[in-house]
Design a binder for this molecule. Structure first.
Ligand SMILES: NC(=O)c1ccc[n+]([C@@H]2O[C@H](COP(=O)([O-])OP(=O)(O)OC[C@H]3O[C@@H](n4cnc5c(N)ncnc54)[C@H](OP(=O)(O)O)[C@@H]3O)[C@@H](O)[C@H]2O)c1
Length: 436
Protein backbone atom coordinates (compact mmCIF):
# COMPACT_ATOMS: atom_id res chain seq x y z
CA UNK A 1 0.00 0.00 0.00
CA UNK A 2 1.36 3.44 -0.93
CA UNK A 3 2.24 5.67 1.99
CA UNK A 4 -0.23 8.44 2.72
CA UNK A 5 1.59 11.73 2.11
CA UNK A 6 -1.13 14.18 3.17
CA UNK A 7 0.15 15.83 6.35
CA UNK A 8 -1.69 15.67 9.64
CA UNK A 9 -2.34 19.28 10.68
CA UNK A 10 -1.07 20.30 14.11
CA UNK A 11 -1.78 23.46 16.14
CA UNK A 12 0.38 24.39 19.12
CA UNK A 13 -1.14 26.47 21.92
CA UNK A 14 1.70 28.07 23.89
CA UNK A 15 5.37 28.51 23.04
CA UNK A 16 6.89 28.91 26.49
CA UNK A 17 9.19 26.55 28.40
CA UNK A 18 7.50 23.40 27.06
CA UNK A 19 5.90 24.69 23.83
CA UNK A 20 9.17 26.03 22.41
CA UNK A 21 10.75 22.58 22.90
CA UNK A 22 7.79 20.84 21.29
CA UNK A 23 8.10 23.18 18.28
CA UNK A 24 11.82 22.42 18.08
CA UNK A 25 11.29 18.64 18.05
CA UNK A 26 8.42 18.86 15.53
CA UNK A 27 10.81 20.65 13.20
CA UNK A 28 14.14 18.91 13.83
CA UNK A 29 12.68 15.37 13.96
CA UNK A 30 10.12 15.83 11.18
CA UNK A 31 11.45 12.99 9.05
CA UNK A 32 11.78 10.52 11.95
CA UNK A 33 8.28 11.41 13.09
CA UNK A 34 6.91 10.89 9.58
CA UNK A 35 8.38 7.39 9.52
CA UNK A 36 7.11 6.52 12.99
CA UNK A 37 3.61 7.79 12.28
CA UNK A 38 3.34 6.82 8.62
CA UNK A 39 2.27 10.38 7.70
CA UNK A 40 3.99 13.74 7.92
CA UNK A 41 3.01 16.29 10.56
CA UNK A 42 2.50 19.91 9.57
CA UNK A 43 2.59 22.64 12.21
CA UNK A 44 -0.04 25.08 10.93
CA UNK A 45 -0.25 27.59 13.78
CA UNK A 46 1.20 28.56 17.16
CA UNK A 47 -0.97 30.53 19.60
CA UNK A 48 0.76 32.83 22.08
CA UNK A 49 -0.32 35.69 24.34
CA UNK A 50 2.20 38.33 23.23
CA UNK A 51 3.10 38.94 19.60
CA UNK A 52 6.08 41.23 20.25
CA UNK A 53 8.57 38.59 21.39
CA UNK A 54 11.26 37.02 19.26
CA UNK A 55 10.97 33.25 19.28
CA UNK A 56 13.92 31.75 17.44
CA UNK A 57 13.43 28.44 15.66
CA UNK A 58 9.73 28.92 14.88
CA UNK A 59 8.52 30.41 11.56
CA UNK A 60 7.14 33.88 12.52
CA UNK A 61 4.29 33.40 10.03
CA UNK A 62 2.85 30.65 12.26
CA UNK A 63 2.16 32.86 15.28
CA UNK A 64 -1.26 34.10 16.24
CA UNK A 65 -2.75 35.69 19.33
CA UNK A 66 -6.21 34.42 18.36
CA UNK A 67 -6.08 30.91 19.78
CA UNK A 68 -9.83 30.41 19.40
CA UNK A 69 -9.75 31.09 15.67
CA UNK A 70 -6.83 28.67 15.34
CA UNK A 71 -8.53 25.75 17.12
CA UNK A 72 -11.84 26.22 15.27
CA UNK A 73 -10.47 26.48 11.76
CA UNK A 74 -11.98 23.06 11.13
CA UNK A 75 -9.14 21.15 9.45
CA UNK A 76 -6.92 20.37 12.48
CA UNK A 77 -5.99 16.82 13.37
CA UNK A 78 -4.05 17.52 16.59
CA UNK A 79 -4.06 20.38 19.09
CA UNK A 80 -1.21 20.51 21.59
CA UNK A 81 -2.09 22.64 24.62
CA UNK A 82 0.86 23.94 26.66
CA UNK A 83 -0.62 27.23 27.86
CA UNK A 84 -1.49 26.04 31.38
CA UNK A 85 -4.19 27.22 33.82
CA UNK A 86 -7.94 26.68 33.64
CA UNK A 87 -9.13 29.40 31.25
CA UNK A 88 -8.82 29.94 28.35
CA UNK A 89 -7.23 26.46 28.10
CA UNK A 90 -10.49 24.65 28.94
CA UNK A 91 -12.64 26.54 26.41
CA UNK A 92 -9.97 26.15 23.74
CA UNK A 93 -9.71 22.40 24.25
CA UNK A 94 -13.48 21.94 24.22
CA UNK A 95 -13.78 24.06 21.04
CA UNK A 96 -10.94 22.09 19.43
CA UNK A 97 -12.55 18.72 20.23
CA UNK A 98 -15.93 19.92 19.02
CA UNK A 99 -14.20 20.96 15.79
CA UNK A 100 -12.91 17.41 15.42
CA UNK A 101 -9.29 17.69 16.65
CA UNK A 102 -7.60 15.27 19.03
CA UNK A 103 -5.91 16.79 22.08
CA UNK A 104 -2.53 16.51 23.73
CA UNK A 105 -2.19 18.56 26.90
CA UNK A 106 0.35 18.98 29.73
CA UNK A 107 -2.14 20.90 31.86
CA UNK A 108 -2.38 19.27 35.31
CA UNK A 109 -4.35 22.17 36.82
CA UNK A 110 -7.08 21.81 34.22
CA UNK A 111 -7.21 18.00 34.27
CA UNK A 112 -7.39 17.96 38.07
CA UNK A 113 -10.56 20.06 37.87
CA UNK A 114 -12.18 18.97 34.62
CA UNK A 115 -10.98 15.43 33.95
CA UNK A 116 -14.44 13.86 33.68
CA UNK A 117 -15.87 16.68 31.56
CA UNK A 118 -12.94 16.74 29.13
CA UNK A 119 -12.98 12.93 28.83
CA UNK A 120 -16.72 13.05 28.08
CA UNK A 121 -16.19 15.71 25.41
CA UNK A 122 -13.43 13.61 23.84
CA UNK A 123 -15.70 10.55 23.84
CA UNK A 124 -18.66 12.47 22.43
CA UNK A 125 -16.54 13.75 19.55
CA UNK A 126 -14.65 10.48 18.99
CA UNK A 127 -11.29 12.18 19.43
CA UNK A 128 -8.25 11.41 21.60
CA UNK A 129 -7.34 13.18 24.84
CA UNK A 130 -3.74 12.42 25.88
CA UNK A 131 -1.89 14.01 28.80
CA UNK A 132 1.29 12.09 29.65
CA UNK A 133 3.18 15.33 30.44
CA UNK A 134 0.63 16.47 33.02
CA UNK A 135 2.08 14.25 35.76
CA UNK A 136 5.79 13.93 36.51
CA UNK A 137 7.14 15.48 33.28
CA UNK A 138 9.19 12.98 31.30
CA UNK A 139 8.23 9.93 33.36
CA UNK A 140 5.86 7.57 31.58
CA UNK A 141 3.19 7.02 34.24
CA UNK A 142 -0.10 7.96 32.60
CA UNK A 143 0.26 5.39 29.82
CA UNK A 144 1.34 2.59 32.18
CA UNK A 145 -1.77 3.26 34.29
CA UNK A 146 -4.06 3.78 31.32
CA UNK A 147 -2.75 0.96 29.11
CA UNK A 148 -0.03 -1.35 30.46
CA UNK A 149 -1.68 -1.94 33.85
CA UNK A 150 -5.31 -1.58 32.81
CA UNK A 151 -5.81 -5.34 33.02
CA UNK A 152 -4.63 -5.39 36.62
CA UNK A 153 -6.05 -3.96 39.86
CA UNK A 154 -4.09 -1.10 41.37
CA UNK A 155 -3.84 -0.99 45.15
CA UNK A 156 -1.55 1.99 45.69
CA UNK A 157 -0.01 4.77 43.64
CA UNK A 158 2.46 6.75 45.69
CA UNK A 159 4.89 9.27 44.32
CA UNK A 160 7.30 12.12 44.60
CA UNK A 161 5.69 14.29 41.95
CA UNK A 162 7.13 17.70 42.77
CA UNK A 163 10.82 18.24 42.12
CA UNK A 164 11.05 21.56 44.00
CA UNK A 165 9.95 20.08 47.31
CA UNK A 166 12.06 16.98 46.80
CA UNK A 167 15.10 19.17 46.22
CA UNK A 168 14.40 21.18 49.40
CA UNK A 169 13.81 18.10 51.57
CA UNK A 170 16.87 16.40 50.08
CA UNK A 171 19.03 19.42 50.97
CA UNK A 172 17.56 19.50 54.48
CA UNK A 173 18.44 15.81 54.83
CA UNK A 174 21.86 15.53 53.22
CA UNK A 175 23.29 18.96 54.15
CA UNK A 176 21.19 19.60 57.26
CA UNK A 177 19.98 22.95 55.88
CA UNK A 178 16.98 24.71 57.39
CA UNK A 179 13.80 24.89 55.31
CA UNK A 180 14.34 28.61 54.57
CA UNK A 181 17.95 28.18 53.46
CA UNK A 182 17.10 25.15 51.30
CA UNK A 183 14.21 27.04 49.68
CA UNK A 184 16.46 30.03 48.90
CA UNK A 185 19.04 27.67 47.38
CA UNK A 186 16.33 26.02 45.24
CA UNK A 187 15.23 29.46 44.01
CA UNK A 188 18.82 30.53 43.23
CA UNK A 189 19.33 27.34 41.20
CA UNK A 190 16.04 27.71 39.30
CA UNK A 191 14.37 24.68 40.93
CA UNK A 192 11.80 26.89 42.67
CA UNK A 193 9.66 29.78 41.43
CA UNK A 194 9.96 33.28 42.92
CA UNK A 195 6.50 32.54 44.39
CA UNK A 196 7.00 28.94 45.49
CA UNK A 197 3.65 28.50 47.24
CA UNK A 198 2.08 26.11 44.68
CA UNK A 199 5.00 23.75 45.23
CA UNK A 200 5.79 24.07 48.95
CA UNK A 201 2.12 24.13 50.01
CA UNK A 202 1.55 20.90 48.07
CA UNK A 203 -1.03 22.26 45.58
CA UNK A 204 0.92 21.20 42.49
CA UNK A 205 1.32 17.67 43.88
CA UNK A 206 -2.37 17.57 44.84
CA UNK A 207 -3.44 18.27 41.25
CA UNK A 208 -1.25 15.38 40.10
CA UNK A 209 -2.61 13.14 42.88
CA UNK A 210 -6.15 13.79 41.62
CA UNK A 211 -5.17 12.75 38.08
CA UNK A 212 -3.29 9.64 39.24
CA UNK A 213 -6.15 8.57 41.52
CA UNK A 214 -8.74 9.07 38.77
CA UNK A 215 -6.77 6.87 36.41
CA UNK A 216 -5.65 4.21 38.86
CA UNK A 217 -9.12 3.68 40.30
CA UNK A 218 -11.26 4.38 37.21
CA UNK A 219 -13.14 7.12 38.93
CA UNK A 220 -13.33 10.89 38.98
CA UNK A 221 -11.32 12.68 41.65
CA UNK A 222 -11.13 16.46 41.75
CA UNK A 223 -8.33 18.53 43.21
CA UNK A 224 -10.72 19.83 45.90
CA UNK A 225 -11.18 16.27 47.22
CA UNK A 226 -7.45 15.76 47.79
CA UNK A 227 -6.20 16.25 51.36
CA UNK A 228 -3.20 18.56 51.10
CA UNK A 229 -0.46 19.53 53.53
CA UNK A 230 2.80 21.10 52.31
CA UNK A 231 6.35 21.01 53.65
CA UNK A 232 6.58 24.46 55.27
CA UNK A 233 6.21 22.98 58.77
CA UNK A 234 8.99 20.40 58.35
CA UNK A 235 11.80 21.26 60.78
CA UNK A 236 15.41 20.23 61.18
CA UNK A 237 14.29 18.31 64.29
CA UNK A 238 11.86 16.30 62.11
CA UNK A 239 14.66 15.50 59.66
CA UNK A 240 16.92 14.34 62.49
CA UNK A 241 14.16 12.30 64.10
CA UNK A 242 13.40 10.62 60.78
CA UNK A 243 17.06 9.75 60.36
CA UNK A 244 17.20 8.27 63.86
CA UNK A 245 14.14 6.13 63.04
CA UNK A 246 15.75 4.83 59.81
CA UNK A 247 13.62 7.06 57.55
CA UNK A 248 13.80 10.11 55.30
CA UNK A 249 11.08 12.73 54.85
CA UNK A 250 9.47 13.08 51.41
CA UNK A 251 6.46 15.02 50.16
CA UNK A 252 4.24 12.22 48.87
CA UNK A 253 1.17 12.13 46.67
CA UNK A 254 -0.70 9.01 47.76
CA UNK A 255 -3.76 7.34 46.25
CA UNK A 256 -4.82 4.04 47.74
CA UNK A 257 -7.78 1.76 48.11
CA UNK A 258 -9.53 2.01 51.45
CA UNK A 259 -12.21 -0.73 51.41
CA UNK A 260 -14.79 0.47 48.85
CA UNK A 261 -13.46 4.00 48.90
CA UNK A 262 -10.13 5.61 48.08
CA UNK A 263 -7.78 7.83 50.02
CA UNK A 264 -6.11 10.60 48.03
CA UNK A 265 -3.69 12.82 49.90
CA UNK A 266 -0.53 14.89 49.75
CA UNK A 267 1.63 15.42 52.82
CA UNK A 268 5.18 15.09 54.09
CA UNK A 269 5.79 11.55 55.25
CA UNK A 270 8.57 9.53 56.77
CA UNK A 271 9.65 6.85 54.28
CA UNK A 272 11.84 3.96 55.46
CA UNK A 273 15.31 4.19 53.94
CA UNK A 274 14.82 0.71 52.49
CA UNK A 275 11.86 1.83 50.37
CA UNK A 276 12.66 2.66 46.69
CA UNK A 277 11.18 6.18 47.05
CA UNK A 278 13.64 7.03 49.85
CA UNK A 279 16.57 7.04 47.42
CA UNK A 280 15.02 9.57 45.02
CA UNK A 281 17.25 12.60 45.36
CA UNK A 282 17.47 16.18 44.10
CA UNK A 283 14.71 17.45 41.83
CA UNK A 284 13.89 13.97 40.48
CA UNK A 285 10.38 12.56 40.52
CA UNK A 286 9.38 8.94 41.07
CA UNK A 287 6.15 7.01 41.25
CA UNK A 288 5.70 3.73 43.03
CA UNK A 289 2.78 1.53 42.01
CA UNK A 290 1.52 -1.60 43.70
CA UNK A 291 -1.01 -3.78 41.92
CA UNK A 292 -2.58 -7.15 42.63
CA UNK A 293 -0.94 -9.08 39.79
CA UNK A 294 2.19 -7.11 38.84
CA UNK A 295 3.25 -6.44 42.42
CA UNK A 296 5.53 -3.47 42.92
CA UNK A 297 6.71 -1.16 40.13
CA UNK A 298 8.78 2.00 40.24
CA UNK A 299 9.03 4.80 37.66
CA UNK A 300 11.84 7.35 38.00
CA UNK A 301 13.03 10.36 36.01
CA UNK A 302 12.93 14.09 35.38
CA UNK A 303 9.63 15.53 36.46
CA UNK A 304 9.94 18.94 34.81
CA UNK A 305 11.91 21.08 32.38
CA UNK A 306 11.24 22.05 28.79
CA UNK A 307 12.91 19.19 26.93
CA UNK A 308 11.95 16.34 29.34
CA UNK A 309 8.32 17.49 29.37
CA UNK A 310 8.36 17.90 25.59
CA UNK A 311 9.51 14.26 25.35
CA UNK A 312 6.28 13.18 27.05
CA UNK A 313 4.22 15.51 24.86
CA UNK A 314 5.84 14.11 21.71
CA UNK A 315 5.15 10.53 22.79
CA UNK A 316 1.48 11.47 22.90
CA UNK A 317 1.75 13.31 19.57
CA UNK A 318 3.01 10.15 17.85
CA UNK A 319 0.40 7.92 19.48
CA UNK A 320 -2.48 10.26 18.69
CA UNK A 321 -1.19 10.89 15.14
CA UNK A 322 -1.01 7.13 14.53
CA UNK A 323 -4.62 6.80 15.67
CA UNK A 324 -5.59 9.71 13.49
CA UNK A 325 -3.82 8.25 10.47
CA UNK A 326 -5.93 5.10 10.93
CA UNK A 327 -9.10 7.10 11.48
CA UNK A 328 -9.53 5.89 15.05
CA UNK A 329 -9.37 7.12 18.65
CA UNK A 330 -8.56 5.23 21.84
CA UNK A 331 -11.39 3.94 23.99
CA UNK A 332 -11.35 5.53 27.44
CA UNK A 333 -12.95 3.58 30.26
CA UNK A 334 -12.06 6.08 32.97
CA UNK A 335 -14.73 7.03 35.45
CA UNK A 336 -16.92 3.92 35.53
CA UNK A 337 -16.47 3.02 39.22
CA UNK A 338 -17.71 6.22 40.94
CA UNK A 339 -15.60 5.53 44.03
CA UNK A 340 -15.97 7.92 46.92
CA UNK A 341 -12.93 9.69 48.32
CA UNK A 342 -12.75 8.87 52.04
CA UNK A 343 -12.29 11.77 54.47
CA UNK A 344 -8.73 12.04 55.78
CA UNK A 345 -9.89 10.89 59.22
CA UNK A 346 -10.69 7.47 57.72
CA UNK A 347 -7.24 7.11 56.13
CA UNK A 348 -4.83 4.70 57.73
CA UNK A 349 -1.07 4.78 57.97
CA UNK A 350 1.67 4.21 60.46
CA UNK A 351 2.67 7.25 62.53
CA UNK A 352 5.77 8.64 64.16
CA UNK A 353 5.11 10.70 67.27
CA UNK A 354 7.45 12.47 69.69
CA UNK A 355 6.99 14.40 72.91
CA UNK A 356 8.70 15.10 76.20
CA UNK A 357 7.70 13.39 79.42
CA UNK A 358 8.59 13.34 83.07
CA UNK A 359 11.29 10.79 83.73
CA UNK A 360 9.39 8.90 86.43
CA UNK A 361 8.33 5.30 86.97
CA UNK A 362 4.96 4.52 85.42
CA UNK A 363 4.94 7.38 82.88
CA UNK A 364 5.64 5.12 79.93
CA UNK A 365 2.82 2.80 80.99
CA UNK A 366 0.42 5.76 81.27
CA UNK A 367 1.37 6.88 77.76
CA UNK A 368 0.85 3.37 76.42
CA UNK A 369 -2.58 3.27 78.05
CA UNK A 370 -3.64 6.41 76.14
CA UNK A 371 -2.61 4.82 72.84
CA UNK A 372 -4.38 1.58 73.80
CA UNK A 373 -7.59 3.37 74.73
CA UNK A 374 -7.87 4.63 71.12
CA UNK A 375 -6.80 1.29 69.63
CA UNK A 376 -3.53 2.67 68.30
CA UNK A 377 -0.95 -0.05 68.65
CA UNK A 378 2.69 0.86 69.26
CA UNK A 379 5.39 -0.71 67.12
CA UNK A 380 8.58 0.84 68.52
CA UNK A 381 9.50 3.12 71.40
CA UNK A 382 12.79 4.95 71.89
CA UNK A 383 13.51 6.98 75.00
CA UNK A 384 16.26 9.58 75.18
CA UNK A 385 17.25 11.90 78.03
CA UNK A 386 17.53 15.67 78.12
CA UNK A 387 19.67 15.93 81.22
CA UNK A 388 21.94 18.80 82.18
CA UNK A 389 19.77 21.47 80.59
CA UNK A 390 18.81 23.02 83.90
CA UNK A 391 15.16 22.13 83.37
CA UNK A 392 12.69 22.95 86.10
CA UNK A 393 9.62 21.37 84.48
CA UNK A 394 10.76 17.80 85.11
CA UNK A 395 10.25 16.90 81.43
CA UNK A 396 13.68 15.37 81.10
CA UNK A 397 12.90 12.40 78.86
CA UNK A 398 11.84 12.32 75.22
CA UNK A 399 9.79 9.54 73.70
CA UNK A 400 10.03 8.71 69.99
CA UNK A 401 7.26 6.29 69.08
CA UNK A 402 6.19 4.50 65.94
CA UNK A 403 2.71 3.06 65.69
CA UNK A 404 1.34 0.18 63.68
CA UNK A 405 -1.23 1.01 61.00
CA UNK A 406 -3.90 3.20 62.61
CA UNK A 407 -6.80 5.40 61.55
CA UNK A 408 -6.06 9.11 61.33
CA UNK A 409 -9.05 9.92 63.57
CA UNK A 410 -7.74 7.57 66.25
CA UNK A 411 -4.28 9.13 66.10
CA UNK A 412 -5.80 12.62 66.44
CA UNK A 413 -7.73 11.41 69.52
CA UNK A 414 -4.47 10.10 71.00
CA UNK A 415 -2.75 13.44 70.37
CA UNK A 416 -5.65 15.36 71.95
CA UNK A 417 -5.52 13.18 75.08
CA UNK A 418 -1.72 13.39 75.30
CA UNK A 419 -2.03 17.19 75.21
CA UNK A 420 -4.24 17.07 78.31
CA UNK A 421 -1.86 14.84 80.29
CA UNK A 422 0.03 16.60 83.09
CA UNK A 423 3.17 14.45 82.67
CA UNK A 424 3.66 15.34 78.98
CA UNK A 425 5.11 18.53 77.46
CA UNK A 426 3.00 20.87 75.35
CA UNK A 427 4.69 20.15 72.04
CA UNK A 428 3.62 16.93 70.40
CA UNK A 429 5.08 16.36 66.94
CA UNK A 430 3.85 13.62 64.69
CA UNK A 431 4.19 12.57 61.09
CA UNK A 432 2.65 9.91 58.90
CA UNK A 433 4.87 7.02 57.79
CA UNK A 434 4.28 5.62 54.29
CA UNK A 435 5.88 2.57 52.71
CA UNK A 436 7.40 -0.50 54.30
N1 LIG B 1 7.59 23.80 32.65
C1 LIG B 1 7.60 22.53 33.04
O1 LIG B 1 8.63 22.00 33.45
C2 LIG B 1 6.33 21.73 32.98
C3 LIG B 1 6.36 20.36 33.35
C4 LIG B 1 5.20 19.61 33.25
C5 LIG B 1 4.02 20.21 32.82
N2 LIG B 1 4.03 21.54 32.50
C6 LIG B 1 2.76 22.13 32.06
O2 LIG B 1 2.92 22.60 30.74
C7 LIG B 1 2.10 23.75 30.53
C8 LIG B 1 2.97 24.89 30.02
O3 LIG B 1 3.98 25.18 30.95
P1 LIG B 1 5.19 26.14 30.58
O4 LIG B 1 6.17 26.02 31.72
O5 LIG B 1 5.65 25.88 29.19
O6 LIG B 1 4.48 27.58 30.65
P2 LIG B 1 5.05 28.98 30.11
O7 LIG B 1 6.51 28.92 29.93
O8 LIG B 1 4.46 30.02 31.02
O9 LIG B 1 4.38 29.13 28.67
C9 LIG B 1 3.01 29.38 28.47
C10 LIG B 1 2.79 29.73 27.02
O10 LIG B 1 1.39 29.89 26.82
C11 LIG B 1 1.16 31.14 26.18
N3 LIG B 1 -0.13 31.66 26.63
C12 LIG B 1 -0.50 32.01 27.86
N4 LIG B 1 -1.77 32.44 27.87
C13 LIG B 1 -2.20 32.38 26.59
C14 LIG B 1 -3.42 32.69 25.94
N5 LIG B 1 -4.46 33.18 26.62
N6 LIG B 1 -3.52 32.48 24.61
C15 LIG B 1 -2.46 31.99 23.91
N7 LIG B 1 -1.28 31.68 24.48
C16 LIG B 1 -1.16 31.88 25.79
C17 LIG B 1 2.29 32.03 26.59
O11 LIG B 1 2.43 33.04 25.64
P3 LIG B 1 3.59 34.14 25.75
O12 LIG B 1 4.87 33.40 25.44
O13 LIG B 1 3.23 35.16 24.76
O14 LIG B 1 3.55 34.64 27.18
C18 LIG B 1 3.45 31.03 26.60
O15 LIG B 1 3.99 30.90 25.31
C19 LIG B 1 1.42 24.02 31.89
O16 LIG B 1 0.16 23.41 31.91
C20 LIG B 1 2.34 23.33 32.88
O17 LIG B 1 1.66 22.93 34.05
C21 LIG B 1 5.15 22.31 32.56
Amino acid sequence: MAEETTPLKVALLGAGVVGSQVARILSSEAEELRQRIGRPLELVGVAVRRDDIERPGIDPALFTTDAHALVTRGDLDLVIEVIGGIEPARSLLVAAMESGASIITANKALLAEQFAELSATARANAVDLYYEAAVAGAIPIIRPLRESLVGDTIRVVMGIVNGTTNYILDQMTTNRLSFDVALKQAQDLGFAEADPSADIEGHDAAAKAAILASLAFHTSVRRSEVFCEGITQVTEADIEAADAMGCVIKLLAVAKLNDDRIVVKVHPAMVPKTHPLAAVSGAFNAIFVESVEAGQLMFLGQGAGGAPTASAVMGDVVTVARNRARGTASFLSTGYTKREVAPIGEATSRYYIRFQVEDKPGVLAKCATIFGRHEVSLQTCQQSYLEGLGRTDGLTARLNLMTHEARENALQDVVAELREASFIGETIDYMRIEGK
